[in-house]
Design a binder for this molecule. Sequence first.
Ligand code: HEM
Length: 252
Amino acid sequence: MAASWLSGVVFAAYIVAFFGGTVIGGNAYRWNEALPGLYDPSSRLSTGAIGAHFAAGSILVLLGPVQLIGRLRQSIPRLHRWLGRIYVVSAAAAGVGGLAFIVWHGTIGGTLMDVGFGLYGVLMVLSATMSYLHARSRRYHSHRAWAIRLFALTIGSWLYRIEYGAWFLLSRLFSEMAEFSGLFDGMMVFFFYIPNLIVAEFVIRTSQHNRTASADLSASAMFVAASAFIVFVTWMFAANTWGFKIASGLTL
Ligand code: HEM
């Protein structure tokens, strides 16, 4: 958990320092160093929409894990409620901003990526809305289920980078995989959030009572292995791209 959150903090620092820093420095055109077409001076609407989605996305990456801390929820429920409101509004803004960018501009990957990312945005707005409405009506069981789905979706944007990082590493190990194949890119437009949603459904349906000691042990082992992997990939990203972009967003 701590490894994932730290990795998310590095990802959020990249978004704030690079995308925010370049706007403050009057160099927003540099967004296109991350992906061509993100900053389009001829379309204020799509540039504004993707910019709002960056700001909202960085809040989501930072707040999500805090909302999951059970002890904090129980001891300071007011804090949980306020952070929850900020989280839900940010999720809606990230989803709507991303969807508006897709409609006005389109993604770099074409129709398949438009569909994959479009569905991602729709599911995020739906989960944020349902989570909020159930909490307002004090239907806490349903609120919990939708909040878990929402969290699973929001970590998708971070997982997308981690999974691409893993693919880069594999490509270096096995030279025959050195090129990004269309198949991998095609799968990835859905793969960064559908498996998370399946795990989320499993978590929602597994109560404390039907957990066994051996299941807990395997879960812990998987958790340690996943944490080590996440730390490694985050370090690779920070050393090769994010670190440089954070520094250049703040200084150039
Ligand atoms: C936690 C939430 C999110 C975060 C942190 C996030 C972050 C980012 C970042 C940093 C980029 C720029 C590319 C890069 O530097 O890697 C990006 C691009 C993009 N995101 Fe998000 N995002 C989030 C949620 C969403 C959602 C819900 C949608 C769905 C509509 C979406 C749609 C897009 C699109 C369409 C692009 C541009 C892709 C292209 O030009 O082809 N994002 N996002």
